[in-house]
Design a binder for this molecule. Sequence first.
Ligand code: CA
Length: 718
Amino acid sequence: MRLATAALLAVAAFGLNACSRSDEAGKGSATRAVDSFAARMAQADAESQNWLTHGRTYAEERFSPLTEINADTLARLQLAWSYDLDTDRGQEATPLVVDGVMFTTSAWSKVQAFDAVTGKLLWQFDPKVPGTAAAKACCDVVNRGAAYWDGKVYVGTIDGRLIALDAKSGAQVWSTLTVDPANKNTITGAPRIVKGKVVIGNGGGELGVRGYVSAYDAATGEKVWRFYTVPGEPGRPDGEISDEPLQRFAAGSWKGEWWKQSVGGGGGGTVWDSMAYDPELDLLYIGTGNGSLQSRAARSPGGGDNLFIASILALRPDTGEYVWHYQQTPGDQWDYTSTQHMILTTLKLEGVARKVLLQAPKNGYFYVIDRATGKLISAQPYIPLNWSEGIDLATGRPNIKQAARYDETGEQWIGMPSQVGGHNWQPMSLSATTGLVYIPIQEVPGIFKVDSAFKMRPQGMNLGLELQTLELPDDPKVRAEALKIPKGFLIAWDPVAQREVWRAPNPGWVNGGVLSTAGNLVFQGDADGMFNAHDARNGKVLWSFDGQSGILAAPISYAVNGKQYVSVVVGFGGAVALVGGEAMWGKQGPRRNKSRVLTFALDGSAPALPPLDTLAQIPWNPPAAVGDAKTIQQGRMFYLNTCAPCHGGNVKSAGVIRDLRHSGAIASKEAFYAIVGEGALTERGMVSFKENYDAQEIEAIRAFIVSVARRDAARGER
Ligand code: CA
């Protein structure tokens, strides 16, 4: 049971075929320019000074060949420059560096360009995402990075636009809408650009959407192709390249009326983060998200694999044509997405060099896949998991335990991993020096139970699960015990032997993304704000810097004029930080979230960061009690359904978004309704929830928040 109570934390290349050749001289100049930049991207690894694409190269290793910063010189590694971002919501971006200019993104889909040596802001682009878009985001208004192609910078926005900017001026060149605004799709992932086509997917799996990935002409923004990852309404093809494979493989794997879940269809399978490209095979790899609704009983009553959710797909980048698929979690009902970071490499396996794809998706297994065919080579658990007993190498299918099929048993099931996964979006890294993969992992159990009274709500998340899992137990002692259960580690994994080589514990369990370097170092930030350099061979922490706020984003390394730099975007936020509330406070308790870009170099001479404002110890006089016990309980369920994903379980904020227990608005029925009912704070992302709740129900939410504030104040909590 203790495991159960804790679980709440839980929901919470090469070989180029496009190089310029003399026999292509007859082509138009535009085509030649594309080919020429395509050649540069395909050989991005040779540009050790640059970080040209999200994972540095199309293979996405996130390994820097630079060696100036290493174990011997590390003592001289100092802050070279820092830049305070103008938003303190969650930061998840990997910066790019192209010939001395850094391009990065921040919350609300903003883009910045910096002089990579001095940190001088060259320009900032604000797409002016409307506050209403925030209510469509499951997981904060984050953005994981930009793409660069031939003089332009590309960003996807929370409200679903794909925008091209002039890299020199930041001026908008084109903008195209990639989503139906009537739906709840968002973009948080970084675009990838292959052969002059900008490829972008979207998020929304927790809100009932249908997943797809699209390609746009990098020069004009015109749509080239779209691939839907799950079927739409039977008998109504989309007229897209995905129609045939969806009919051939996927249609028979769904039951019920999943397409009615949302405007534009439901089912999930969103392509919200990871992609990779092999120029030699000319294959684009995409990872798809969980089924939506999360409960299969609600999504596809009667079961089924529900292709292509929780899968890897290989597509032709020119046309979106299907080549192969591999579904990792058939009939997913645990939010086990396959959208986690994919790395392409060549491994010598039983004496034979194999072109493989490496992935540690949420479901807890580390996969080595033949990337030419999609055939599974090996899979081993990288965390202790309990939903399955191994993967059948002949079929590639997991041996799923019956208890984990909570929709079939009707029972509550305590699963490992939880919905946050054994590894989430935080990128891993493959070192060309050690041959090891460095993975930010988390061991967090979760509770799964079908909500038999579930009904779709127009706003907020729709999971089909009982929502008490978003809360910690009220009893402070039980809660303290529960908070000890989730654990996070940086691990080094040998992908050939399929075994862990070392692990380093992280405070809090939410890890940052990872960078490895030829200096035999592994850089990673943690939830307490420490930015650490580990010895790549044994995990020992060799160097640390206090970044003051939680670090989730992955670092990069680059060089200008021969000098090496390491850079990371600091700032807490994202799904787990928002819903996790108290579980995210870390060793120093709740503190203000401060978002910055930090850049380090040997003998860096930037001034020290100013001391962080601490959260004031304000006198806490919660308002008079509102409502009877029944009303408070009703308000609690509404809060869990709609408010907790942003404002935190148990009405405790992690410091990114306002702690409602301290909000002045809870003292007044009218003030509270003005915000929750009428949308007075829409601009900041707090929209009206009138579609979900009437005035009495909104007052019940206030009654619940007041009851928690009064209880916590009486306990002497801060
Ligand atoms: Ca999900």
